[in-house]
Write a new protein. Sequence first.
Length: 400
Amino acid sequence: MTALRTVMMRNAALAGSSTVRPMCTSMRTFNKKEDPDFQAGVPESMGEGSRDLVAEQVNRIGEAAPMSVVSGAPNSLHQRVVRIYKPNKSATTSGKGGTREWRVDFDALAASGRWENPLMGWASTADHQQALSMKFDEKEDAVHFCQKQGWDFFIQEPHKAHIPPKSYSDIFKYAPGKLRIFQTKTPGRWENNLLFLSALERPVQIVNLDPANDAVPYPAAISLSELISVDDVMSELDLGPNYLEHNIDWLEERLAALDQDYILFDLPGQLVSVHLADATNITDPARYISLLILALRAMLMLELPHVNVLSKFDLLDEEQQHQLLFQIDYYTEVQDLSYITEHLAQTAPRLATMSRLLGDIVEDFGLVSFETLAVEEKESMLHLLQVLDRAIGYVAPGSA
């Protein structure tokens, strides 16, 4: 304890002493011969070597001095320009991401020499203020702190990204006596959206992208018929109604001129893909597995509303249906395929592994199912027509 107390007294006596090499050009130098008060400023307990080291080059401290003076850092490190700013939010950070607080940092220093503090017994070439981290709730708090420290500072206002307003659109289809609105991917029957938005005094523009609709019951701001008509396509270009694909720039320019209005798109009618396969394929387990893969590939490649149909179902007589391994529902609903692959493992061992893997693929997607069709049966035709109507979102007048 006595040794510790002696060290603390010596450090207190030398609190104003700091040796700086070679950057300390602004510090006054003196020695014990030039200043008779030097002897009173150094404790007698210090050895002669330490007294000579202090006498080489020191800072003279008055009665009151900031703590940064005794840190050992040269004066040039304290003459800094401070930036007051708000940090930008990281793209990978959710929420506010610490962007509500104000922070300060210091300008970067040029390459400098080594500086030492023999009092503390260490030397460094680092910038100690670069590691300083301070956060403030308000900008005024950071300004007040810098003013108290005597720092020159500037304020960097946060950057606010300009997000242009979005243009919203609906997809609708006109039927005689009724204006029906359809959401993409979710067909449904809506009220007259055009009249409703107009009643709300919301600016509305209609874009007609149906080249065959030459008698629209509403004023269209843009109509594809101005660019091309179905008659022209069929008689001259033989391109079908998709001529818009080759003139997409025309549409983009016209849409840009509508500013921020609420836009309604009138598109050609919905399409549905119908995949017909002979019902006799279900009589052979290997052919049935092959049919499942073919139907799955068609669904994935076409990217349309899709209905798989086992056609010519009337060709399966009662005897053939009786010889099936499972009930009809098993084949149409594509239930657990492990049963049929186990049967293949017994009758065709070489195909067992491949059939099991193909069955796993079909079950993992979970997309394939079948409807049945017998063209000579009215009920079968009507049922399939209703399935197709649901696939394209068609609602018959008076049915809803």
